[in-house]
Structures are given as structure tokens and as C-alpha cells.
Design a binder for this molecule. Sequence first.
Ligand code: TEU
Length: 550
Amino acid sequence: MVDFKKSVIYQIYPKSFYDSDGDGLGDLKGVTEKLDYIRQLGADYIWLTPFFVSPQKDNGYDVEDYYHIDPRYGTMEDLEELSREAGKRGISLMLDMVFNHTSDRHEWFRKALAGNPEYKDFYIFKKGKKPGVPPTNWESKFGGSAWEYVEQFDEYYLHLFDVSQPDLNWDNPKVRRRIQDVVKFWMGKGIKGFRFDVVNLISKGEFRDDLEGDGRRFYTDGPNIHKYLQELNEATFGTDAEIITVGEMSSTSLENCYRYASEDGKELSMVFSFHHLKVDFMGNEKWVMVPFDFCKLKHILFEWQTHMAEHHAWNAVFWCNHDQPRVVSRFGDTKEYWKESAKMLATVIHCMRGTPYIYQGEELGMTNPGFHDISQYRDVESINHFRILQEKGLTRENAYQILAIHSRDNSRTPMQWSDQKNGGFSQAEPWIEVNDNCAYINAETEEKDEDSIFHYYQKLITLRKKYDIVGYGDFEALDEMHPSVLAYRRNYRDQKLLVINNFYGKEVTWEADESLKDYTCILSNYEHHMMDGKRIRLKPYEALVLYREA
Ligand code: TEU
């Protein structure tokens, strides 16, 4: 059995990681070239976002062919080489499987549109309520209706994401078998990790108008979801104890996650949930400008930590991915306390109970790029919502401000390798602009600086390897009502780990519920600490990891 509790996973968005052949797009060979960097950091797995053949309407989350690699990213030989070279460095690969939908260019969908009844039943086609009115009022996650009219059938097909991403019909056993074949194929290539994209949306429930929301309550964590996951597990990855899995769970509930990620191993190894990343939304509405709610953030994190532990279920813990803005821009301070706040945020996540995920560049403290013109954006979701916001009456300026905060492109700018041309990412003009601050935020500079964010992440990973309590301890929330400190304790056998974080740029005194005199500080983003009995004076964004054995 692999010990995913002691593992750390590094996420790579290949398009923006490293361009080895000078076409402005990152590629698989580029990942191979940078493996020593990831080994130096200390990660155990690399999760690669989709590189399968795709028209790239949603950067590869629109798969045209699950069995072949998009030539833009390289060849099967390149992947095999990457897997071999990673293996030599003790790193395994995790592939990203998009099974809620395919691209509209997938052979199955083309056959469906050509009128082949067998393949039409691979997707979700329905009659409209009346002429010109879709079957339900559900909204696409990327804006607009979730239904697209097809004239030759006088029917609509469902697409929860872009119109070019028709949803698969998992209630059809033939679809489930074809999906199993895909997973088995990649297992045959020696792949030891899988991420399943929006996998809690695969079992659709009732097709009814949602009078209170956008429709999500009718297809999220749907009626057969656990059955379908257990079936996939038994038929594929469940047969190999060396494989780890993570499900991306959109708008999910704790109750469902106890089952998805139960230690009994019937479904998945762990889950991503996103409630803690909606604390700067208004309800479910992302395209607004509101300050983040610290108490809510803390409450959600604590709730998930505590309850998942009580139910013997395992979390993926993270701030960043290719859909989220950069965390230091979001919850930290990119100006006065850039380094301190980036390190503090890393401490919060890496000392929690769960498997930490690092998104490329997070370990350097990369920030949002501050795009200010629509021509700089590439993401279909951002481009759609830029239009929708203005249709709702917002000025262009306001729409830009909202995009600059929430756009998924914030995390998709090229990895900053050096202060050279294009941040050392590519010799050619990159597919999306490089952040100007690559002049000082870059891997080359940080590798040389012992006090850098990069080295701090390295130390956090080392802690997880060295101290069993980081992987195996329970979780105890502390001082939940405190308005600026996020603190918790982990307990394991005779060991204790106390993690104390000042989430703001103001000094604050924090009082523990026990004496701190037997604790040793094993990591911090400041050199000197002011501790006295139970009290600690915390400096701006100070993070402290204290350890003791009874
Ligand atoms: O994302 C699922 C998803 O719903 C969100 O993270 C989404 O990007 C956000 O809610 C929009 O506001 C996954 C992938 O991570 C994402 O990149 C894909 O676009 C999406 O699925 C469709 O495959």
C-alpha cells in the first residue's frame, strides 16, 4: 500500500509549465526537463492536467480522444520517458481523467449527432418543455443555459460546462464500461495515480426546473453516485493497492465525502472540496467583489478537518489549482508581507490532516498577474462572464476588476523560472502573458536564497516525512472565534503539534490553553519568537509550528 498520508502532490498545468520546443506552449518534454526541480522540492507525485487529444476549448478538459496525446503536448514516447525519469527520482504520475463530459469532437458525440441511436444514448438528449424552451432552467457553470438545441432531433443536449463539452450519460452501462476501459488502458501504462474531474456530477437526478438555484442540487452527489464510483473502483484501480485516487467534488457535502473518501477504500483515496474557497463569493456567486470572510474560512476548514477525521475519511488539502486565483493575492499581502504571508498560508495547509497539493508556482509565491484588458484573457469562463457582467449593467471597469480577482487565468500564467525573457518559460511568445514580477519572483532566485518561499515549502514537506504526527495525527481546532489567528493542535500517540498562524499584517497576542514551555519550535517564518508561559506575541503573518513529546 502506498502511504498517501505522508505524500505531497505537485500539480502541473503542462501548457504553462515549461516549453521545451519553442512554440510558446509548455509540453511533456518540458516537464521531464524540470524533474530535478520537483525532486529538490520533495514532492512524491505529479498530477498532470489533461494532455489528451482535444480542441482545447477548455484547455484539455474537453477530451476528443482518451487514448492519445495531443501533439501540442508531445507523444506517447514523451509520456513514457517522463514516467520513467520521474520513477528514477521516486516520483509517480497522476493523470487527470475527465469523465463527466467529452468534447463535442469526440467520436461518440459525432456518431450521436449523426443519428446513431447507440451513441445518442451515450449523452443526455431531451425534448424541450415547449418550442424554444429547454428541458430545464439549469445554468452552465461557464454562463448561459446548460442545454443546447440540436435541430435535426428537435432535442437539446446537456452541457454543465461549455457548449462544446456534452455530458455523458452514466446511467448507460455501456458508457461506464467504456470509461473502465480507458482507466485500464492507462493503468497498463504503469500510471499510479488518477484525479477524476468533477466526478460527483456524473449521476444526474431529476430533470426539473430549479426555482431556488442554478440546477446544481439536481445533479450534484446524485442518486447513483456511490454505486458508480464503487463499480469503477472494483473494475479498475481498486485492483491495485499501489494506485491513489482523488475526486474533484463540486459543491459537495460532508456526508457524501465521508463515503467518497472513506478509509475502507471502496471509492476513492481522497477528495477535493471547495467550500473554503468560496469565502470571497456571495453565496455561490463568484463574479462579485467582496472581501474574504476570515471567520467563515476558518470555520469551514475546521469543520472539514474535524468531521472527516471523525468519520475516518481523507481530505486533499490545498489553496491553489488551475481554477483558483493565486492564494497570496487572495488571502495574503503581495506588497509589504509577500514572503511572510505566503509562508504562513503554506503552513496552514501543510500541517493539516490530509494530503497537501501544491500548484506550480505556489512554492515561489507567484501572484495574480493583474490583467486589465480582455485581450489578455484566454479562459472561456472569464470571456463569457466579462460579457455577462456587462449585460447585467456593470461598467467595463467594474467587470475588469472582478475578472482580475476571480479569473482562472490568474493561475494559468507561465511558470516563472528565471528573470530572463518570458520568465525563462519559453523562447517564443507564450500563449498567455508572463507576470511582470518574474523579475524577482522566480525559481532561480529562490533556489539560491535559503530564506525563500521555495525553501520554506521544502521544509514543510520534510516535516511531513520526518514527523509521523503530521501524516497521522488527529485534528483539534483551537480558539475558533479568534478574529485573526488560525490555530490548531494535532495529537498522535505521545506527540503534540501546535500550529499557530497570524492571518493578518497586525501584531497580536494569542493565548494557548496550555503552557508552551515544553514545546520546541520546529518551523516558523520568523527567526525569533516572543513566548511567555501560555502567551505568544505574533508578528505580522507569523506562523509557528511547535512540537512536543509527552
Ligand atoms: O472544474 C470544475 C469546476 O466546476 C470549477 O472548478 C470551475 O472551474 C469553477 O467552478 C468555475 O467557476 C473542473 C476543472 O478543474 C476545470 O478546469 C474544468 O474547466 C471543469 O472541471 C470542466 O471540465
